[in-house]
Write a protein that binds this ligand. Structure first.
Ligand SMILES: Cc1cc2nc3c(=O)[nH]c(=O)nc-3n(C[C@H](O)[C@H](O)[C@H](O)COP(=O)(O)OP(=O)(O)OC[C@H]3O[C@@H](n4cnc5c(N)ncnc54)[C@H](O)[C@@H]3O)c2cc1C
Length: 546
Protein backbone atom coordinates (compact mmCIF):
# COMPACT_ATOMS: atom_id res chain seq x y z
CA UNK A 1 0.00 0.00 0.00
CA UNK A 2 2.68 2.45 1.02
CA UNK A 3 4.79 1.39 -2.02
CA UNK A 4 1.85 2.03 -4.32
CA UNK A 5 1.26 5.45 -2.83
CA UNK A 6 4.87 6.33 -3.41
CA UNK A 7 4.28 5.97 -7.17
CA UNK A 8 0.81 7.51 -7.19
CA UNK A 9 2.07 10.48 -9.19
CA UNK A 10 -1.10 12.34 -9.81
CA UNK A 11 -4.75 12.60 -9.07
CA UNK A 12 -7.03 13.05 -12.11
CA UNK A 13 -8.76 16.33 -11.66
CA UNK A 14 -10.37 19.07 -13.73
CA UNK A 15 -11.41 16.64 -16.47
CA UNK A 16 -15.03 16.68 -17.70
CA UNK A 17 -17.18 13.62 -17.15
CA UNK A 18 -17.95 11.62 -20.29
CA UNK A 19 -20.91 13.03 -22.14
CA UNK A 20 -23.21 10.05 -22.69
CA UNK A 21 -26.70 8.91 -21.92
CA UNK A 22 -28.39 12.18 -22.82
CA UNK A 23 -31.42 12.83 -24.98
CA UNK A 24 -30.33 14.63 -28.17
CA UNK A 25 -33.83 16.00 -28.75
CA UNK A 26 -34.89 16.96 -25.23
CA UNK A 27 -31.57 18.72 -24.64
CA UNK A 28 -31.83 20.77 -27.84
CA UNK A 29 -34.21 23.74 -27.46
CA UNK A 30 -33.43 25.04 -30.96
CA UNK A 31 -34.37 21.72 -32.56
CA UNK A 32 -37.58 21.60 -30.57
CA UNK A 33 -38.42 25.17 -31.57
CA UNK A 34 -37.69 24.54 -35.25
CA UNK A 35 -39.76 21.37 -35.32
CA UNK A 36 -42.69 23.22 -33.73
CA UNK A 37 -42.29 26.36 -35.86
CA UNK A 38 -42.23 24.41 -39.11
CA UNK A 39 -45.30 22.38 -38.23
CA UNK A 40 -44.02 19.01 -37.02
CA UNK A 41 -44.86 19.40 -33.34
CA UNK A 42 -47.04 16.30 -33.62
CA UNK A 43 -43.89 14.19 -34.02
CA UNK A 44 -42.35 15.22 -30.69
CA UNK A 45 -42.81 11.83 -29.00
CA UNK A 46 -41.10 9.97 -31.87
CA UNK A 47 -38.32 12.55 -32.09
CA UNK A 48 -37.71 12.46 -28.37
CA UNK A 49 -37.64 8.65 -28.53
CA UNK A 50 -34.92 8.83 -31.14
CA UNK A 51 -33.14 11.49 -29.15
CA UNK A 52 -32.82 9.02 -26.27
CA UNK A 53 -31.39 6.37 -28.60
CA UNK A 54 -29.06 8.80 -30.36
CA UNK A 55 -27.43 10.17 -27.23
CA UNK A 56 -26.80 6.72 -25.79
CA UNK A 57 -26.82 3.53 -27.86
CA UNK A 58 -26.15 5.18 -31.23
CA UNK A 59 -23.29 7.14 -29.70
CA UNK A 60 -21.56 3.94 -28.62
CA UNK A 61 -22.44 1.82 -31.66
CA UNK A 62 -21.34 4.65 -33.93
CA UNK A 63 -17.94 4.67 -32.26
CA UNK A 64 -17.55 0.95 -32.77
CA UNK A 65 -18.77 1.07 -36.37
CA UNK A 66 -16.14 3.69 -37.19
CA UNK A 67 -13.32 1.99 -35.35
CA UNK A 68 -14.05 -1.22 -37.28
CA UNK A 69 -14.54 -0.19 -40.90
CA UNK A 70 -16.04 -2.51 -43.53
CA UNK A 71 -13.94 -4.96 -45.57
CA UNK A 72 -14.44 -6.08 -49.13
CA UNK A 73 -14.92 -9.80 -49.70
CA UNK A 74 -14.72 -9.89 -53.48
CA UNK A 75 -14.27 -13.68 -53.63
CA UNK A 76 -15.09 -16.65 -51.48
CA UNK A 77 -12.35 -19.03 -50.40
CA UNK A 78 -12.85 -21.15 -53.50
CA UNK A 79 -12.34 -18.23 -55.83
CA UNK A 80 -15.98 -17.59 -56.71
CA UNK A 81 -16.82 -13.95 -57.10
CA UNK A 82 -19.18 -12.91 -54.28
CA UNK A 83 -18.88 -9.08 -54.19
CA UNK A 84 -19.76 -8.78 -50.55
CA UNK A 85 -18.78 -6.27 -47.93
CA UNK A 86 -18.39 -7.39 -44.35
CA UNK A 87 -19.45 -4.91 -41.66
CA UNK A 88 -18.91 -4.88 -37.93
CA UNK A 89 -22.09 -5.78 -35.96
CA UNK A 90 -22.19 -2.17 -34.71
CA UNK A 91 -22.82 -0.93 -38.25
CA UNK A 92 -25.80 -3.26 -38.53
CA UNK A 93 -27.06 -2.09 -35.16
CA UNK A 94 -26.87 1.57 -36.27
CA UNK A 95 -28.85 0.68 -39.39
CA UNK A 96 -31.42 -1.22 -37.33
CA UNK A 97 -31.92 1.63 -34.88
CA UNK A 98 -32.29 4.19 -37.64
CA UNK A 99 -34.72 2.13 -39.70
CA UNK A 100 -36.86 1.25 -36.69
CA UNK A 101 -37.27 4.98 -36.09
CA UNK A 102 -37.76 5.86 -39.75
CA UNK A 103 -34.68 7.82 -40.78
CA UNK A 104 -35.16 6.34 -44.26
CA UNK A 105 -38.96 6.56 -44.42
CA UNK A 106 -40.62 8.64 -41.71
CA UNK A 107 -41.80 11.20 -44.27
CA UNK A 108 -43.38 8.46 -46.38
CA UNK A 109 -44.96 6.71 -43.38
CA UNK A 110 -46.61 9.97 -42.40
CA UNK A 111 -47.20 11.50 -45.83
CA UNK A 112 -50.73 12.47 -44.77
CA UNK A 113 -49.47 14.59 -41.86
CA UNK A 114 -48.22 18.17 -42.24
CA UNK A 115 -44.45 18.71 -42.18
CA UNK A 116 -43.53 15.02 -42.38
CA UNK A 117 -40.23 15.89 -44.09
CA UNK A 118 -39.50 18.36 -41.31
CA UNK A 119 -40.06 15.61 -38.76
CA UNK A 120 -37.88 13.19 -40.67
CA UNK A 121 -35.17 15.82 -41.01
CA UNK A 122 -35.12 16.07 -37.23
CA UNK A 123 -34.34 12.34 -37.09
CA UNK A 124 -31.53 12.75 -39.62
CA UNK A 125 -30.18 15.74 -37.70
CA UNK A 126 -29.88 13.65 -34.58
CA UNK A 127 -28.44 10.60 -36.31
CA UNK A 128 -25.74 12.60 -38.10
CA UNK A 129 -24.44 13.85 -34.77
CA UNK A 130 -23.35 10.38 -33.73
CA UNK A 131 -22.99 8.18 -36.82
CA UNK A 132 -22.81 9.82 -40.21
CA UNK A 133 -21.72 6.84 -42.34
CA UNK A 134 -24.97 4.90 -42.12
CA UNK A 135 -26.69 8.13 -43.08
CA UNK A 136 -25.50 7.52 -46.64
CA UNK A 137 -27.58 4.42 -47.55
CA UNK A 138 -30.44 5.61 -45.35
CA UNK A 139 -30.70 8.99 -47.03
CA UNK A 140 -30.48 7.43 -50.49
CA UNK A 141 -33.24 4.98 -49.59
CA UNK A 142 -35.44 7.87 -48.45
CA UNK A 143 -34.64 10.03 -51.44
CA UNK A 144 -35.20 7.39 -54.10
CA UNK A 145 -38.99 7.42 -53.80
CA UNK A 146 -39.80 10.47 -56.00
CA UNK A 147 -37.49 9.20 -58.75
CA UNK A 148 -38.88 5.66 -58.54
CA UNK A 149 -42.40 6.99 -58.98
CA UNK A 150 -41.48 7.85 -62.56
CA UNK A 151 -42.02 4.13 -63.18
CA UNK A 152 -45.22 3.25 -61.31
CA UNK A 153 -44.76 -0.51 -61.82
CA UNK A 154 -41.30 -0.44 -60.27
CA UNK A 155 -42.49 1.86 -57.50
CA UNK A 156 -45.35 -0.52 -56.68
CA UNK A 157 -42.84 -3.32 -56.15
CA UNK A 158 -40.00 -1.41 -54.49
CA UNK A 159 -41.72 1.21 -52.34
CA UNK A 160 -43.06 -1.25 -49.76
CA UNK A 161 -39.63 -2.86 -49.56
CA UNK A 162 -37.66 0.33 -49.00
CA UNK A 163 -40.13 1.89 -46.60
CA UNK A 164 -40.17 -1.17 -44.36
CA UNK A 165 -39.29 -0.60 -40.71
CA UNK A 166 -36.97 -3.61 -40.78
CA UNK A 167 -33.30 -3.59 -41.57
CA UNK A 168 -32.43 -6.87 -43.25
CA UNK A 169 -28.77 -7.21 -44.30
CA UNK A 170 -29.14 -10.72 -45.74
CA UNK A 171 -28.07 -11.22 -49.36
CA UNK A 172 -31.34 -12.51 -50.75
CA UNK A 173 -33.64 -11.63 -53.64
CA UNK A 174 -35.41 -8.44 -52.63
CA UNK A 175 -38.79 -10.18 -52.65
CA UNK A 176 -37.62 -12.49 -49.85
CA UNK A 177 -36.39 -9.74 -47.55
CA UNK A 178 -38.14 -7.95 -44.68
CA UNK A 179 -36.72 -4.62 -45.80
CA UNK A 180 -34.42 -3.24 -48.50
CA UNK A 181 -32.10 -0.29 -48.98
CA UNK A 182 -31.31 1.60 -52.15
CA UNK A 183 -28.22 3.43 -53.41
CA UNK A 184 -27.24 5.60 -56.35
CA UNK A 185 -24.58 5.49 -59.08
CA UNK A 186 -23.93 8.55 -61.22
CA UNK A 187 -20.25 9.44 -60.87
CA UNK A 188 -17.82 7.98 -63.41
CA UNK A 189 -14.06 8.43 -63.74
CA UNK A 190 -14.23 10.96 -66.52
CA UNK A 191 -16.84 13.13 -64.85
CA UNK A 192 -18.93 13.40 -61.71
CA UNK A 193 -20.40 16.88 -61.76
CA UNK A 194 -20.76 16.57 -65.50
CA UNK A 195 -22.93 13.44 -65.50
CA UNK A 196 -23.77 13.91 -69.16
CA UNK A 197 -20.27 12.63 -69.84
CA UNK A 198 -21.28 9.18 -68.51
CA UNK A 199 -20.10 6.42 -70.82
CA UNK A 200 -21.87 3.40 -69.31
CA UNK A 201 -24.15 2.02 -71.99
CA UNK A 202 -27.59 0.41 -71.71
CA UNK A 203 -29.06 -1.84 -74.37
CA UNK A 204 -32.76 -2.73 -74.43
CA UNK A 205 -33.71 -6.41 -74.22
CA UNK A 206 -36.87 -8.09 -75.53
CA UNK A 207 -38.24 -8.65 -72.01
CA UNK A 208 -38.23 -4.89 -71.32
CA UNK A 209 -35.05 -4.93 -69.26
CA UNK A 210 -31.71 -3.38 -70.29
CA UNK A 211 -28.18 -4.67 -70.01
CA UNK A 212 -25.59 -2.22 -68.75
CA UNK A 213 -21.87 -2.23 -69.49
CA UNK A 214 -19.54 0.30 -67.88
CA UNK A 215 -18.31 1.48 -64.51
CA UNK A 216 -19.02 3.81 -61.60
CA UNK A 217 -16.11 5.54 -59.91
CA UNK A 218 -18.09 6.09 -56.73
CA UNK A 219 -20.88 3.82 -55.60
CA UNK A 220 -21.45 4.20 -51.91
CA UNK A 221 -23.30 1.57 -49.98
CA UNK A 222 -22.46 -1.37 -52.26
CA UNK A 223 -24.45 -3.68 -49.98
CA UNK A 224 -27.74 -2.04 -50.88
CA UNK A 225 -30.40 -4.18 -52.54
CA UNK A 226 -30.64 -1.97 -55.62
CA UNK A 227 -29.25 1.24 -57.09
CA UNK A 228 -30.56 3.99 -59.29
CA UNK A 229 -27.92 4.38 -61.97
CA UNK A 230 -27.41 6.63 -64.99
CA UNK A 231 -26.36 5.14 -68.33
CA UNK A 232 -26.44 6.04 -72.02
CA UNK A 233 -29.45 4.48 -73.77
CA UNK A 234 -30.19 5.08 -77.47
CA UNK A 235 -32.21 8.23 -76.65
CA UNK A 236 -29.57 9.57 -74.24
CA UNK A 237 -28.82 9.50 -70.52
CA UNK A 238 -31.41 7.37 -68.77
CA UNK A 239 -32.08 6.29 -65.20
CA UNK A 240 -32.17 2.58 -64.36
CA UNK A 241 -32.85 0.48 -61.31
CA UNK A 242 -30.26 -2.26 -60.92
CA UNK A 243 -31.13 -4.93 -58.34
CA UNK A 244 -28.32 -6.72 -56.53
CA UNK A 245 -30.01 -10.08 -57.01
CA UNK A 246 -31.87 -10.72 -60.24
CA UNK A 247 -35.42 -12.00 -60.38
CA UNK A 248 -34.10 -15.48 -61.25
CA UNK A 249 -32.17 -15.51 -57.96
CA UNK A 250 -28.73 -15.06 -59.49
CA UNK A 251 -26.43 -12.17 -58.60
CA UNK A 252 -26.57 -9.25 -60.93
CA UNK A 253 -23.27 -8.68 -62.72
CA UNK A 254 -22.22 -5.68 -60.62
CA UNK A 255 -18.63 -6.28 -59.57
CA UNK A 256 -16.98 -4.35 -56.77
CA UNK A 257 -13.44 -3.43 -57.84
CA UNK A 258 -12.29 -2.00 -54.52
CA UNK A 259 -13.43 0.04 -51.55
CA UNK A 260 -12.34 3.65 -51.30
CA UNK A 261 -9.90 4.54 -48.53
CA UNK A 262 -11.61 7.73 -47.34
CA UNK A 263 -10.87 10.65 -45.06
CA UNK A 264 -14.06 10.16 -43.06
CA UNK A 265 -17.37 8.35 -43.45
CA UNK A 266 -15.40 5.30 -42.40
CA UNK A 267 -18.23 3.12 -41.14
CA UNK A 268 -19.74 3.27 -44.62
CA UNK A 269 -18.30 1.37 -47.57
CA UNK A 270 -17.84 3.38 -50.77
CA UNK A 271 -16.81 1.40 -53.81
CA UNK A 272 -15.77 1.40 -57.43
CA UNK A 273 -17.87 -0.99 -59.50
CA UNK A 274 -18.10 -2.40 -62.99
CA UNK A 275 -21.25 -3.47 -64.74
CA UNK A 276 -20.65 -6.45 -66.97
CA UNK A 277 -24.00 -6.88 -68.67
CA UNK A 278 -25.80 -6.01 -65.47
CA UNK A 279 -29.58 -6.18 -65.68
CA UNK A 280 -31.40 -2.89 -65.18
CA UNK A 281 -34.97 -1.65 -65.39
CA UNK A 282 -35.71 1.75 -66.84
CA UNK A 283 -36.97 4.45 -64.46
CA UNK A 284 -38.70 7.26 -66.34
CA UNK A 285 -38.29 7.94 -70.01
CA UNK A 286 -35.23 7.22 -72.07
CA UNK A 287 -33.11 10.34 -72.43
CA UNK A 288 -34.64 11.91 -69.29
CA UNK A 289 -32.30 10.29 -66.79
CA UNK A 290 -30.77 13.45 -65.37
CA UNK A 291 -34.16 15.00 -64.77
CA UNK A 292 -35.40 11.77 -63.17
CA UNK A 293 -32.48 11.27 -60.82
CA UNK A 294 -32.46 14.95 -59.85
CA UNK A 295 -35.68 14.24 -57.99
CA UNK A 296 -33.64 11.93 -55.79
CA UNK A 297 -30.74 14.33 -55.61
CA UNK A 298 -33.00 17.15 -54.40
CA UNK A 299 -33.74 15.15 -51.26
CA UNK A 300 -30.20 13.89 -50.72
CA UNK A 301 -29.09 17.52 -50.92
CA UNK A 302 -31.64 18.42 -48.27
CA UNK A 303 -30.09 15.73 -46.11
CA UNK A 304 -26.60 17.11 -46.75
CA UNK A 305 -27.74 20.38 -45.20
CA UNK A 306 -29.48 18.73 -42.30
CA UNK A 307 -26.59 16.35 -41.61
CA UNK A 308 -23.97 19.12 -41.78
CA UNK A 309 -26.05 21.13 -39.34
CA UNK A 310 -26.12 18.01 -37.15
CA UNK A 311 -22.34 17.65 -37.24
CA UNK A 312 -21.94 21.28 -36.23
CA UNK A 313 -24.50 20.86 -33.46
CA UNK A 314 -22.73 17.89 -31.90
CA UNK A 315 -19.35 19.59 -32.14
CA UNK A 316 -20.83 22.62 -30.37
CA UNK A 317 -22.46 20.46 -27.73
CA UNK A 318 -19.14 18.76 -27.01
CA UNK A 319 -17.47 22.16 -26.74
CA UNK A 320 -20.08 23.52 -24.32
CA UNK A 321 -19.96 20.38 -22.21
CA UNK A 322 -16.19 20.56 -21.99
CA UNK A 323 -16.08 24.25 -21.17
CA UNK A 324 -18.70 23.88 -18.45
CA UNK A 325 -16.52 21.40 -16.60
CA UNK A 326 -12.98 22.38 -17.42
CA UNK A 327 -11.27 25.23 -15.59
CA UNK A 328 -8.19 27.19 -16.56
CA UNK A 329 -6.54 30.00 -14.66
CA UNK A 330 -8.92 29.46 -11.78
CA UNK A 331 -12.25 29.72 -13.58
CA UNK A 332 -14.41 27.39 -15.70
CA UNK A 333 -13.74 27.99 -19.37
CA UNK A 334 -17.37 28.84 -19.91
CA UNK A 335 -16.97 31.76 -17.49
CA UNK A 336 -14.09 33.28 -19.48
CA UNK A 337 -15.21 36.17 -21.70
CA UNK A 338 -13.23 35.18 -24.78
CA UNK A 339 -14.38 31.56 -24.62
CA UNK A 340 -17.94 32.82 -24.19
CA UNK A 341 -17.53 34.69 -27.44
CA UNK A 342 -16.42 31.51 -29.24
CA UNK A 343 -19.17 29.35 -27.76
CA UNK A 344 -21.96 31.84 -28.36
CA UNK A 345 -20.77 32.37 -31.91
CA UNK A 346 -20.88 28.59 -32.46
CA UNK A 347 -24.42 28.48 -31.11
CA UNK A 348 -25.52 31.37 -33.32
CA UNK A 349 -23.96 29.74 -36.35
CA UNK A 350 -25.80 26.50 -35.56
CA UNK A 351 -29.11 28.26 -35.08
CA UNK A 352 -28.90 29.81 -38.54
CA UNK A 353 -28.04 26.51 -40.22
CA UNK A 354 -30.76 24.48 -38.56
CA UNK A 355 -33.38 27.16 -39.17
CA UNK A 356 -32.65 27.28 -42.90
CA UNK A 357 -32.40 23.50 -43.30
CA UNK A 358 -35.78 23.05 -41.63
CA UNK A 359 -37.32 25.84 -43.69
CA UNK A 360 -36.24 24.01 -46.83
CA UNK A 361 -37.69 20.77 -45.44
CA UNK A 362 -40.96 22.63 -44.85
CA UNK A 363 -40.96 23.86 -48.46
CA UNK A 364 -40.42 20.24 -49.58
CA UNK A 365 -43.46 19.29 -47.52
CA UNK A 366 -45.60 22.06 -48.98
CA UNK A 367 -44.32 21.79 -52.55
CA UNK A 368 -46.78 19.19 -53.87
CA UNK A 369 -49.73 21.51 -53.12
CA UNK A 370 -48.08 24.89 -53.55
CA UNK A 371 -46.10 25.89 -56.65
CA UNK A 372 -44.39 28.79 -54.88
CA UNK A 373 -43.10 26.50 -52.14
CA UNK A 374 -41.97 23.97 -54.73
CA UNK A 375 -40.02 26.70 -56.53
CA UNK A 376 -38.55 27.91 -53.25
CA UNK A 377 -37.48 24.37 -52.33
CA UNK A 378 -35.84 24.02 -55.73
CA UNK A 379 -33.60 27.05 -55.34
CA UNK A 380 -33.16 27.11 -51.57
CA UNK A 381 -31.84 23.55 -51.65
CA UNK A 382 -28.87 24.64 -53.77
CA UNK A 383 -28.35 27.80 -51.70
CA UNK A 384 -28.53 25.96 -48.39
CA UNK A 385 -26.42 23.02 -49.53
CA UNK A 386 -23.71 25.41 -50.63
CA UNK A 387 -23.55 27.48 -47.48
CA UNK A 388 -24.40 25.09 -44.67
CA UNK A 389 -22.08 22.34 -45.91
CA UNK A 390 -19.34 24.86 -46.69
CA UNK A 391 -19.33 26.03 -43.07
CA UNK A 392 -19.10 22.63 -41.42
CA UNK A 393 -15.29 22.15 -41.44
CA UNK A 394 -14.54 25.59 -39.95
CA UNK A 395 -17.28 25.34 -37.36
CA UNK A 396 -16.33 21.82 -36.26
CA UNK A 397 -12.69 22.84 -36.09
CA UNK A 398 -13.48 25.83 -33.90
CA UNK A 399 -15.50 23.64 -31.54
CA UNK A 400 -12.66 21.12 -31.54
CA UNK A 401 -10.23 23.75 -30.34
CA UNK A 402 -12.46 24.48 -27.35
CA UNK A 403 -11.44 21.07 -26.03
CA UNK A 404 -7.76 21.89 -26.37
CA UNK A 405 -5.57 18.85 -26.97
CA UNK A 406 -8.39 16.48 -26.02
CA UNK A 407 -10.27 17.64 -29.11
CA UNK A 408 -7.50 16.26 -31.28
CA UNK A 409 -7.74 12.82 -29.72
CA UNK A 410 -10.06 10.18 -31.21
CA UNK A 411 -11.81 9.35 -27.93
CA UNK A 412 -13.31 12.83 -27.87
CA UNK A 413 -15.54 12.30 -30.97
CA UNK A 414 -14.29 15.61 -32.41
CA UNK A 415 -11.75 14.05 -34.83
CA UNK A 416 -14.52 11.91 -36.34
CA UNK A 417 -16.81 14.91 -36.72
CA UNK A 418 -13.94 16.88 -38.24
CA UNK A 419 -13.07 14.20 -40.81
CA UNK A 420 -16.73 13.91 -41.75
CA UNK A 421 -17.26 17.66 -42.02
CA UNK A 422 -16.05 18.27 -45.62
CA UNK A 423 -17.98 15.40 -47.17
CA UNK A 424 -21.44 16.89 -47.52
CA UNK A 425 -19.97 19.80 -49.41
CA UNK A 426 -18.25 17.50 -51.90
CA UNK A 427 -20.78 14.82 -52.76
CA UNK A 428 -24.21 15.34 -54.26
CA UNK A 429 -22.81 18.31 -56.17
CA UNK A 430 -19.78 20.19 -54.87
CA UNK A 431 -19.80 23.83 -53.79
CA UNK A 432 -19.23 25.47 -57.15
CA UNK A 433 -21.79 23.19 -58.75
CA UNK A 434 -24.38 24.33 -56.21
CA UNK A 435 -23.69 27.98 -57.00
CA UNK A 436 -23.99 27.29 -60.72
CA UNK A 437 -27.22 25.43 -60.01
CA UNK A 438 -28.61 28.52 -58.33
CA UNK A 439 -27.83 30.55 -61.46
CA UNK A 440 -29.30 27.83 -63.67
CA UNK A 441 -32.52 27.80 -61.68
CA UNK A 442 -32.78 31.60 -61.79
CA UNK A 443 -32.30 31.76 -65.52
CA UNK A 444 -34.28 28.71 -66.64
CA UNK A 445 -37.02 28.58 -64.03
CA UNK A 446 -38.07 32.20 -63.42
CA UNK A 447 -40.59 31.07 -60.81
CA UNK A 448 -37.64 30.22 -58.54
CA UNK A 449 -36.48 33.85 -58.62
CA UNK A 450 -39.98 35.02 -57.70
CA UNK A 451 -40.24 32.49 -54.88
CA UNK A 452 -36.80 33.36 -53.51
CA UNK A 453 -37.41 37.09 -53.49
CA UNK A 454 -40.91 36.67 -52.09
CA UNK A 455 -39.38 34.77 -49.19
CA UNK A 456 -36.67 37.37 -48.65
CA UNK A 457 -38.89 40.42 -49.04
CA UNK A 458 -41.41 38.97 -46.64
CA UNK A 459 -38.80 39.67 -43.94
CA UNK A 460 -38.63 43.38 -44.78
CA UNK A 461 -39.34 45.71 -41.90
CA UNK A 462 -38.20 43.27 -39.21
CA UNK A 463 -34.63 44.51 -38.82
CA UNK A 464 -32.89 47.60 -40.28
CA UNK A 465 -29.63 45.83 -41.10
CA UNK A 466 -31.48 43.06 -42.85
CA UNK A 467 -33.54 45.64 -44.75
CA UNK A 468 -30.36 47.25 -46.06
CA UNK A 469 -29.00 43.87 -47.11
CA UNK A 470 -32.25 42.95 -48.87
CA UNK A 471 -32.12 46.20 -50.82
CA UNK A 472 -28.59 45.34 -51.95
CA UNK A 473 -29.49 41.76 -52.80
CA UNK A 474 -32.22 42.94 -55.15
CA UNK A 475 -29.38 43.99 -57.50
CA UNK A 476 -26.84 41.29 -56.69
CA UNK A 477 -27.91 39.18 -59.63
CA UNK A 478 -27.54 42.04 -62.13
CA UNK A 479 -24.35 42.46 -64.17
CA UNK A 480 -24.85 39.10 -65.81
CA UNK A 481 -21.42 39.13 -67.45
CA UNK A 482 -19.68 38.65 -64.10
CA UNK A 483 -22.37 36.76 -62.25
CA UNK A 484 -20.81 33.30 -62.59
CA UNK A 485 -17.49 34.55 -61.26
CA UNK A 486 -19.25 36.30 -58.36
CA UNK A 487 -21.74 33.55 -57.65
CA UNK A 488 -20.16 32.18 -54.44
CA UNK A 489 -20.35 35.56 -52.80
CA UNK A 490 -23.89 36.22 -53.97
CA UNK A 491 -25.12 32.81 -52.85
CA UNK A 492 -23.45 33.24 -49.47
CA UNK A 493 -25.18 36.58 -48.97
CA UNK A 494 -28.54 35.15 -49.97
CA UNK A 495 -28.04 32.18 -47.62
CA UNK A 496 -27.23 34.47 -44.71
CA UNK A 497 -30.23 36.67 -45.46
CA UNK A 498 -32.48 33.58 -45.57
CA UNK A 499 -31.07 32.36 -42.27
CA UNK A 500 -31.66 35.76 -40.71
CA UNK A 501 -35.22 35.84 -42.01
CA UNK A 502 -35.87 32.35 -40.62
CA UNK A 503 -34.56 33.31 -37.18
CA UNK A 504 -36.59 36.51 -37.11
CA UNK A 505 -39.77 34.70 -38.06
CA UNK A 506 -39.08 32.16 -35.32
CA UNK A 507 -38.70 35.11 -32.95
CA UNK A 508 -35.42 33.54 -31.99
CA UNK A 509 -33.46 35.22 -29.18
CA UNK A 510 -30.22 34.99 -31.22
CA UNK A 511 -31.71 36.58 -34.35
CA UNK A 512 -30.37 40.08 -33.74
CA UNK A 513 -26.89 38.88 -32.80
CA UNK A 514 -26.92 36.77 -35.98
CA UNK A 515 -27.79 39.79 -38.09
CA UNK A 516 -25.34 42.18 -36.44
CA UNK A 517 -22.50 39.70 -36.83
CA UNK A 518 -23.25 38.00 -40.16
CA UNK A 519 -25.21 40.63 -42.10
CA UNK A 520 -24.02 43.96 -40.69
CA UNK A 521 -20.56 42.34 -40.56
CA UNK A 522 -19.63 43.52 -37.09
CA UNK A 523 -17.65 40.29 -37.02
CA UNK A 524 -14.23 39.06 -38.08
CA UNK A 525 -13.41 36.23 -40.43
CA UNK A 526 -12.97 33.78 -37.54
CA UNK A 527 -15.62 32.56 -35.13
CA UNK A 528 -15.46 34.08 -31.66
CA UNK A 529 -15.50 37.62 -33.01
CA UNK A 530 -18.99 38.70 -31.96
CA UNK A 531 -19.32 42.31 -30.80
CA UNK A 532 -18.94 42.20 -27.01
CA UNK A 533 -22.43 43.50 -26.32
CA UNK A 534 -23.96 40.46 -28.03
CA UNK A 535 -22.05 37.80 -26.13
CA UNK A 536 -24.30 36.04 -23.64
CA UNK A 537 -23.40 33.14 -21.41
CA UNK A 538 -27.11 32.61 -20.74
CA UNK A 539 -27.63 31.96 -24.45
CA UNK A 540 -24.85 29.36 -24.40
CA UNK A 541 -26.25 27.65 -21.34
CA UNK A 542 -29.76 27.65 -22.77
CA UNK A 543 -28.67 26.01 -26.01
CA UNK A 544 -27.74 22.68 -24.43
CA UNK A 545 -30.13 21.73 -21.71
CA UNK A 546 -28.78 18.74 -19.82
C1 LIG B 1 -17.25 9.43 -49.94
C2 LIG B 1 -17.91 9.68 -51.24
C3 LIG B 1 -18.99 8.89 -51.60
C4 LIG B 1 -19.60 9.09 -52.81
N1 LIG B 1 -20.68 8.30 -53.15
C5 LIG B 1 -21.24 8.45 -54.35
C6 LIG B 1 -22.31 7.58 -54.76
O1 LIG B 1 -22.78 6.74 -54.00
N2 LIG B 1 -22.82 7.73 -56.00
C7 LIG B 1 -22.35 8.67 -56.86
O2 LIG B 1 -22.85 8.76 -57.96
N3 LIG B 1 -21.35 9.50 -56.51
C8 LIG B 1 -20.78 9.41 -55.28
N4 LIG B 1 -19.76 10.24 -54.92
C9 LIG B 1 -19.20 11.14 -55.91
C10 LIG B 1 -19.50 12.60 -55.70
O3 LIG B 1 -20.86 12.87 -55.86
C11 LIG B 1 -18.61 13.37 -56.71
O4 LIG B 1 -17.26 13.17 -56.31
C12 LIG B 1 -18.94 14.83 -56.77
O5 LIG B 1 -20.22 15.03 -57.34
C13 LIG B 1 -17.91 15.61 -57.60
O6 LIG B 1 -17.65 14.99 -58.82
P1 LIG B 1 -16.16 14.65 -59.27
O7 LIG B 1 -15.50 13.93 -58.15
O8 LIG B 1 -16.18 13.98 -60.59
O9 LIG B 1 -15.45 16.05 -59.40
P2 LIG B 1 -15.48 17.04 -60.66
O10 LIG B 1 -16.79 16.98 -61.34
O11 LIG B 1 -14.28 16.80 -61.47
O12 LIG B 1 -15.33 18.44 -59.93
C14 LIG B 1 -14.10 18.88 -59.32
C15 LIG B 1 -14.29 20.27 -58.78
O13 LIG B 1 -14.60 21.14 -59.85
C16 LIG B 1 -15.77 21.89 -59.56
N5 LIG B 1 -16.47 22.17 -60.80
C17 LIG B 1 -17.06 21.30 -61.64
N6 LIG B 1 -17.60 21.96 -62.67
C18 LIG B 1 -17.33 23.28 -62.50
C19 LIG B 1 -17.62 24.46 -63.23
N7 LIG B 1 -18.34 24.43 -64.35
N8 LIG B 1 -17.19 25.65 -62.74
C20 LIG B 1 -16.49 25.72 -61.59
N9 LIG B 1 -16.19 24.63 -60.87
C21 LIG B 1 -16.61 23.41 -61.31
C22 LIG B 1 -16.56 21.05 -58.57
O14 LIG B 1 -17.41 21.86 -57.76
C23 LIG B 1 -15.44 20.40 -57.79
O15 LIG B 1 -15.06 21.25 -56.74
C24 LIG B 1 -19.14 10.09 -53.70
C25 LIG B 1 -18.05 10.89 -53.32
C26 LIG B 1 -17.46 10.70 -52.11
C27 LIG B 1 -16.29 11.57 -51.73
Amino acid sequence: MSDFKAFDTHHVDNQPRVLEGFNAFDSDPMLQAAVAHYGAGWARPQLSAYGAVAGSELLEQGRLANENPPRLKAFDRFGHRIDEVEFHPAYHRCMTLAMEHGLHAFAWWHADRPAAHVARSAITYQHAQFEAGTGCPLTMTYAAIPALRHSPELAAVWEPRITSQHYDPRVLPAADKRGCTLGMGMTEKQGGSDVRSNTTTAVAQPDGSYTLVGHKWFLSAPMCDAWLVLAQAPAGITCFLLPKIRDDGRRNRIHIQRLKDKLGDRSNASSEVEFQNAVGWRVGDEGRGVRTILEMVALTRLDCMVASAGLMRQATVQAIHHCRQRSAFGRPLIAQPLMQNVLHDLVIENDGHLALAMRVAQAVDQGPNDAVQAAFARIATAIGKYWICRRAPSVVNEAQECLGGAGYVEESLLPRLYRQAPLNSIWEGSGNVQCLDVLRALSREPETRDALFAELMDARGMDPDLDRELAGLAHAFDAAATLETRSRHVVERVALALQAACLLRMNHPNATAFIRSRIARAHGLALGTLPAEWVSVQAIEASFAV
